[in-house]
Design a protein around this ligand. Structure first.
Ligand SMILES: CCCCCCCCCCCCCCCC(=O)SCCNC(=O)CCNC(=O)[C@H](O)C(C)(C)COP(=O)(O)OP(=O)(O)OC[C@H]1O[C@@H](n2cnc3c(N)ncnc32)[C@H](O)[C@@H]1OP(=O)(O)O
Ligand SMILES: Cc1cc2nc3c(=O)[nH]c(=O)nc-3n(C[C@H](O)[C@H](O)[C@H](O)COP(=O)(O)OP(=O)(O)OC[C@H]3O[C@@H](n4cnc5c(N)ncnc54)[C@H](O)[C@@H]3O)c2cc1C
Length: 670
């Protein structure tokens, strides 16, 4: 962690003021010293390999060079993982660490080009394949003998997947499916790695058999020859072009012209087609959507990781950058002394902890529900779908906003690629759209909330994430005055969510009197989103309060007290961001707002000298941060000039454009 160079005294002075044991926080954050040791081992194992180091910063590479460099590294990384596994080290977790998160993005900067193979292609075979299909494909895919993608989205449809247009028509004579892209809008568009990396895909297509359409189903399709990598007959394939971020991913397009695949290539764990073409329905049609749910769950953890990098860069920089005297005739202070600067960064640090805790909570819930599904029990599937949709939306939206604020908090230098924000921003903003566009995700949760509301009104028992609606109906919370504490703010959010759900339902029902249910839902969309967001914020706070309470029982008093301050900061900031809803629905008064404002300011002050310990405790080595502004030693000005010198333009004193264009132009103007 410590750098060999001399640490900027401004930063070393700050470190002396931290009142808790940073290593204790690190062990708490990563759930044990063993996990920390493993994390550090992995970081060192991968980041000390000179083959994985970029001689020229990747931002100076062309689109093609970036891609080729990323594929080279992806192969190296998987080979290194196999090396570790041969030594009996690690399992699936190693892959997770390298597909996204901090280690993966440190190596690839923009993204790992084969992430979709591991997080979607393989899980789709595991979730939707029969045991025979798993036996045929899993080990080849796991060993990367074949590399696949998940081809669902088309030029014309991404959200409304029932509207996909690619067809898979069963031919009982040859016992094959014939895949076709009937028009331009049916071209697959976006799948990660599809352009030039993958040779297989899970293709989601409309199944036609015996003259009937049976809706979308997953098929495993070979796209390229395993030796030559040439696209197979009838397959048109390419890359969709460069993007805001994630440029190493090679997202692609794909079209089929009478491509035949055998019957056994439809993934048939749920729905089935028999040899004679008869279609056997799945237990539930939404089981086809399982792979998307898995990724929505892992995205949350990813958001905590990316944001933890952004806040580390912003805070360390703010503790060495000096600008603008606060008192006339006094020296220029560190910019962190400007209270507005503290407000830009401290609440975002609290968010990292809240997102991480909730991500782990959701991961446990996902494992429980999928375990139940394997036994044929689908009861908690709608609840998991609903909570994962709104969490994906809130956490990616908030991470994107917070990363941008962190960038702004570093002024002009933050706009440089070498500051590291651009790559982080590219990753978090992509997640607002992929795996379900966020507005659509909020509406999915709202659909569930309205159903729960109706159930609760009928006196039916609700599942844990919505049980507060029962309490509301029984009138337990409604008369309470607003309490300025995390649990008081939680109650206010639950009350506001319940009232907003009730109000949306009322307006929905009114509209249903003269509109179709679907159009009534459309007209009520703004309120439904609002209800969904309030519900999600309540859940994030509740999960954090419960986990913090439990997990800090064994920690030192000093650490517990800082974590308590961070939880208070998170909840006070949350309440202030939602004063409109809380004033409207949760017995909040204007004097409560004034009090919250004072609490916010007091908490910023209280955390001022401990907050560096938290970002240091995230334990990101300089290579993970990849930022000239965030290095542990705080020598930002040396880093800035060193990074500038790596610009290809700085490798010569005079660029040829001077002789070609500028000189003739400047002389002719004489
Ligand atoms: C550190 C860690 C590193 C980690 C490692 C890095 C990881 C991070 C890298 C990732 C990299 C990925 C790259 C992006 C990969 C793509 O983006 S793949 C493409 C993803 N596409 C989408 O998500 C499309 C979004 N659209 C949809 O999900 C659905 O079509 C919609 C919006 C839910 C609508 O579908 P629909 O059939 O019209 O559904 P609808 O009529 O609204 O509802 C029908 C019923 O199904 C239910 N339902 C809908 N969906 C589901 C579901 N999934 N489950 C259960 N029930 C469902 C509804 O609740 C509803 O239930 P009822 O109310 O009727 O009881
Ligand atoms: C970086 C990246 C990687 C991706 N990787 C993959 C991949 O590997 N595989 C794959 O199959 N796909 C992938 N995708 C595609 C992605 O899943 C879709 O882009 C996403 O689901 C949104 O669909 P869309 O593009 O059709 O947006 P649209 O649905 O067209 O959204 C456009 C607007 O319409 C609104 N809208 C649409 N429907 C509704 C509704 N019902 N109610 C209210 N508003 C609505 C949306 O809110 C949005 O504002 C990727 C996308 C990106 C950006």
């Amino acid at each position: 962690m410590t750098s060999a160079t001399k640490v900027n005294p401004d930063l070393s002075d700050e470190r002396k003021k931290v009142e808790f044991d940073v290593e204790e926080f690190t062990n708490w954050y990563y759930k044990g010293a063993e996990n920390v040791a493993e994390k550090r081992f992995l970081e060192n194992f991968f980041l000390s390999d000179p083959e994985l180091e970029d001689k020229v910063p990747t931002s100076y590479l062309s689109h093609k060079e970036k891609y080729e460099n990323a594929v080279r590294k992806a192969v190296l990384v998987v080979n290194k993982i196999k090396e570790l596994q041969a030594d009996g080290r690690g399992g699936v977790d190693i892959y997770m660490a390298l597909l996204g998160g901090t280690l993966g993005t440190a190596i690839f900067r923009e993204a790992n080009p084969i992430t979709v193979h591991f997080v979607m292609f393989l899980p789709a075979i595991m979730n939707h394949g029969t045991s025979d299909q798993q036996a045929e494909w899993i080990s080849r895919a796991w060993n990367c003998n074949i590399i696949g993608t998940y081809a669902q989205t088309e030029l014309g449809h991404g959200t409304y997947i029932r509207g996909l247009e690619t067809t898979a028509t069963y031919d009982p004579k040859s016992k094959e499916f014939i895949l076709n892209s009937p028009n331009l809008t049916s071209y697959k568009w976006w799948p990660g790695g599809l352009g030039h990396t993958t040779n297989y895909a899970i293709v989601i297509a409309q199944l036609h058999s015996l003259g009937k359409c049976h809706g979308i189903q997953p098929f495993i399709v070979q796209l390229r020859d395993e030796e030559t990598h040439m696209p197979l007959k009838g397959i048109k394939i390419g890359e969709i072009g460069n993007k805001v971020g994630m440029n190493t991913v090679n997202n692609g397009f794909l079209a089929f012209d009478n491509v035949r695949i055998p019957l056994k290539n439809m993934l048939m764990k749920n729905a089935k087609v028999l040899e004679d073409g008869q279609f056997i329905k799945p237990k539930s049609s939404v089981l086809t959507y399982g792979t998307m749910m898995f990724v929505r769950v892992v995205i949350l953890k990813d958001m905590a990781s990316y944001l933890s990098k952004a806040v580390t860069i912003a805070l360390r920089y703010s503790m060495v950058r000096r600008q603008s005297p606060i008192e006339p005739n006094k020296p220029e202070p560190k910019i962190i002394e400007h209270v507005t600067q503290q407000y830009k960064i401290f609440p975002a640090i609290a968010k990292v902890i809240v997102f991480k805790i909730t991500a782990e909570f959701l991961w446990d819930m996902y494992n429980q529900v999928t375990h139940d599904l394997d036994k044929g029990d689908l009861e908690r599937l709608p609840e998991l779908h609903a909570i994962s949709c709104c969490l994906k939306a809130v956490c990616t939206n908030e991470a994107a906003q917070a990363v941008e604020i962190c960038r702004l908090s570093t002024g002009g230098h933050g706009y440089l690629n070498s500051a590291g924000f651009q790559d982080i921003y590219g990753m978090v903003t992509a997640a607002q759209t992929y795996e379900g566009e966020n507005t659509v995700m909020f509406l999915q949760t709202a659909r569930y909330l309205i159903k729960c509301w109706e159930k609760a009104m009928n006196g039916e028992k609700l599942t844990p994430t919505v049980s507060y609606l029962e309490n509301f109906i029984k009138g337990r919370n409604s008369r309470q005055s607003f309490q300025n504490s995390p649990s008081g703010i939680l109650k206010a959010f639950q009350l506001a969510a319940a009232k907003k759900i009730a109000e949306s339902n009322k307006h929905l029902e009114e509209r249903k009197k003269y509109l179709s249910p679907e159009e009534a839902t459309n007209q009520t969309g703004l309120e439904l989103i609002n209800a969904s967001e309030l519900h999600c914020q309540a859940f994030l706070l509740q999960a954090t309060i419960e986990v913090l309470e439990d997990s800090t029982k064994q920690t030192s008093l000093q650490l517990r007290s800082v974590l308590k301050d961070l939880l208070e900061l998170y909840s006070v900031d949350l309440a202030l961001r939602y004063t409109g809803s809380l004033l409207e629905f949760a017995n909040m008064t204007s004097s409560d707002i004034e009090f919250l404002q004072r609490s916010l300011e007091a908490l910023l002050k209280k955390l001022r000298y401990n907050i560096l310990g938290i970002v240091d405790g995230f334990d990101h080595p300089d290579q993970i941060l990849g930022s000239v502004l965030g290095t542990y030693d705080g020598n930002v000005y040396e880093n800035l000039i060193n990074a500038a010198m790596k610009s290809p333009l700085n490798q010569e004193d005079v660029n040829k454009s001077f002789h070609l264009y500028l000189k003739p132009f400047m002389k002719s103007n004489l």
